[in-house]
Design a protein around this ligand. Structure first.
Ligand SMILES: Nc1ncnc2c1ncn2[C@@H]1O[C@H](COP(=O)(O)OP(=O)(O)OP(=O)(O)O)[C@@H](O)[C@H]1O
Length: 690
């Protein structure tokens, strides 16, 4: 019954929309018919755009571009889907795109695209003062009497048939008020060419479109379906369209070589990175690589970019560094035998032969610390000889090692390598080193990437950064590194100069306004790392307690100390149960270790609270509480964040290890990252000691 009822409501709504559109189309045809400067094809295209003006869009005709000798540019269209700079073509020859150029009838017509792009850039510049990102400005060439749907770099090419439905399907990014403000600004910036340029013809008779079928390629059914979908679609998030003007300036910046954007947590670094990816994808015909260290983040970021700019999404590759490196090696036919477990076994044996009875146990008896030393210091930095290791600055490894200790580490490393090679397997570091060798063999021009953007760069190894640099070299706008040394969640580190990357002067930019966290939350998080000065990847030392500008938002930090672990867990369950399903979907429980994840997954499942592990999260709304480690939460954010037993990982552990301070500092950085994922509510659970 219910389904039948909704089907008939849908049919009624379809009919209503169709009637409305037909009326609007006929009125628009009559108005367009009176445009003197246009021929019949252009009038039909104009009529389609006039239909949109009945649906919340504003059309600015015959605009002049002041201060240039460029001819007038035709139409500017502003609507819920953004700003479109429109050039209508009524060519007798069929438009073709090949080799990234526009042609028709065997003649190159690419200069037409260049003119349109130049105008589009002028429009992008004009709307910067309103904080409108270039992603919301699109050059559009429309072909009267044709069916076309293509992109050529930044320009979209649409036929008369596709125009109305495609524009109606654009993501909803501007409100009615936004459309009005932008149209007014553009009206002032690009005045009408000449008041007389668009005049009425003498003959004001209605054209032959009064229902006798002469609708050209007007796709009534397509537009009807798009209009029905539009009513159901929620607007996309504000940050996908509007930025701070300083952020827009970074998105549009022309850098003569590698560049870096840094800034404390929540200052919009990733947001700038995503807009920049779209900007570069539109400026070039090449591919853009967007890389992070974390495995789950690329999926989430790809979802965001697809929502922001569906037309270029397929040209931006979101990858984790290791995933990308493996694909790269496979494509080149290079053999990779990555086998984490067998490599781990090789290390365990190496520890037995060359570690557990060595001097190293004086410093730390746990093999894990020495595994990290090999991974992050020796192999992560691509060290080849003991001479190099003997003198290397061990960035973010505060525990001092004397020469005898370094000799013992080197002997452990050599034993591990021998056993690993005997087993015929590679570890994660080997994958990056092999890829670096391949990339250097090919040279930057062969990589096919017009731009590489690295997010959370502080988590990469030196070899990883060298690899990504090798893909684009020092080309203009080639490499953009985004990150914040304070949020390093892995041991070890490097300086950019060691990778041969120079970001001095205007190529190093800092963002300072936090848009994410309520003040109380940020204060609580900063208190954790207040004493931990750190060295950023540009080699500059920064105090733990940084000055950050806050955008006003109210929030809460709830700290509960419970007498027992069971009472603590019960309090967590009750806090999550009190949330509505939507609120649960915007909440995350974060833990320092994988073991703790298992515990809380069982706890929440038993309490019938839906759970989505962060490793399966893709950025789409899911009505379930997210659950993952602090490391997995990197780069993400949630309205509510729950940190059970949050103080235990940063508390000291019993035992003599000299590495304890270093470990605790790393644990504080991880806790800081976890806390700064919270926008509105940060729940901190503790179990009373003793
Ligand atoms: N100009 C802006 N206006 C409003 N909100 C913004 C703006 N820029 C960014 N934001 C919001 O700020 C939040 C943080 O942005 P983003 O994730 O890019 O920060 P980040 O610096 O990469 O953070 P982190 O280093 O902690 O991962 C996001 O919710 C984003 O929506």
């Amino acid at each position: 019954m219910a389904a039948g009822g909704s089907a008939s409501r849908r049919t009624q709504e379809e009919r209503r929309q169709e009637r409305l559109l037909r009326e609007q189309w006929q009125a628009a045809r009559q108005e367009a018919h009176r445009w003197e400067a246009a021929d019949e094809g252009e009038r039909r295209v104009a009529a389609q755009l006039l239909v949109l003006t009945e649906r919340g869009w504003r059309l600015l005709k015959d605009r002049r571009w002041p201060g240039t000798r460029a001819p007038h540019v035709g139409l500017l269209l502003v609507g819920p889907g953004g700003v479109f700079v429109v050039d209508v073509k009524n060519w007798t020859a069929v438009p073709e795109t090949s080799g990234g150029r526009l042609a028709a009838g065997g003649e190159d017509r690419d200069e037409q695209v260049h003119k349109l792009l130049a105008m589009s850039r002028a429009v992008e510049g004009a709307v910067t003062s309103l904080g409108l990102s270039p992603v919301a400005v699109q050059p559009l060439m429309v072909f009267a009497g044709r069916r076309v749907n293509a992109t050529l770099g930044q320009a979209r090419l649409l036929g008369e048939h596709e125009l109305g439905p495609m524009l109606t399907r654009e993501p909803r990014r501007l409100t009615r008020e936004g459309v009005r403000a932008i149209a007014e600004l553009l009206g002032r910036s690009f005045p009408e060419y000449e008041p007389a340029a668009v005049t009425m013809t003498e003959e004001a008779a209605p054209p032959a479109a009064s229902g006798d079928g002469d609708d050209g390629l007007f796709d009534l059914a397509g537009l009807r379906d798009a209009a029905l979908e539009e009513a159901l679609r929620a607007p996309i998030e504000q940050w996908m369209t509007f930025l701070h003007p300083d952020q827009v300036a970074l998105v549009r910046r022309n850098w003569s070589g590698p560049a870096r954007i840094s800034g404390p947590a929540g200052t919009g670094k990733t947001v700038v990175g995503l807009h920049r990816a779209v900007y570069l994808a539109r400026r070039t015909t090449g591919r853009i690589l967007y890389v992070t260290f974390a495995k789950n983040l690329p999926r989430v970021q790809s979802t965001f970019l697809t929502t922001m700019a569906p037309a270029v999404a397929a040209r931006v590759d979101f990858r984790s560094l290791h995933q990308w490196a493996q694909e790269f090696l496979r494509e080149r036919g290079a053999e990779v035998r990555l086998h984490g477990d067998k490599a781990e076994t090789a290390f365990s044996l190496a520890w037995k032969h060359a570690g557990r009875d060595s001097l190293l146990v004086e410093i730390d008896p746990a093999p894990h610390y020495w595994r990290e030393e090999i991974d992050h210091v020796i192999k992560g930095r691509g060290l080849r000889s003991f001479a190099e290791y003997a003198t290397v600055r061990r960035v973010r490894r505060g525990t001092a090692l004397r020469r005898v200790h370094r000799e013992a580490v080197w002997s452990l490393y050599e034993t591990y390598e021998k056993l690993r090679i005997e087993r015929g397997v590679h570890d994660f570091n080997d994958v990056l080193s092999l890829a670096l060798t391949e990339a250097r063999r090919d040279g930057a021009r062969e990589s096919g990437y017009a731009g590489v953007i690295v997010d959370e760069v502080q988590d990469l190894s030196l070899v990883g950064v060298r690899l990504l640099h090798a893909l684009v070299g020092d080309s203009s706008n080639g490499l953009l590194l985004i990150g914040d040394g304070q949020q390093a969640v892995y041991p070890g580190g490097f300086r950019l100069s060691e990778a041969g990357i120079d970001v001095r002067g205007d190529r190093g930019q800092v963002l300072r306004t936090n848009y994410r966290n309520a003040e109380q939350i940020l204060d609580t998080a900063l208190a954790v790392v207040a004493e931990d000065a750190f060295e950023d990847i540009d080699g500059i030392r920064i105090q733990g307690h940084r000055d950050v500008d806050l955008t006003y938002r109210d929030g809460q930090v709830l700290h509960g100390v419970h007498p027992t672990a069971a009472a603590h867990d019960q309090a967590l369950v009750e806090a999550l149960r009190a949330l509505s399903p939507d609120e649960q979907g915007d909440a995350a429980v974060l833990c320092p270790s994988i073991r703790a994840i298992g515990h809380y997954q069982r706890l929440l499942t038993r309490a019938d609270i839906p759970v989505c592990l962060l490793e399966h999260y893709s950025g789409h709304a899911v009505p379930a509480v997210k659950l993952g480690t602090y490391r997995r939460a990197k780069g993400l954010e949630f309205k509510r964040v729950y940190l059970p037993r949050h103080d235990e990982s940063v508390a000291g552990r019993p035992g003599p290890a000299e590495t304890e301070d270093e470990r605790r500092q790393l644990a504080r950085s991880q806790l800081f990252v976890a806390m700064t994922r919270a926008r509105d509510v940060l729940w901190l659970g503790s179990v009373r000691a003793g």
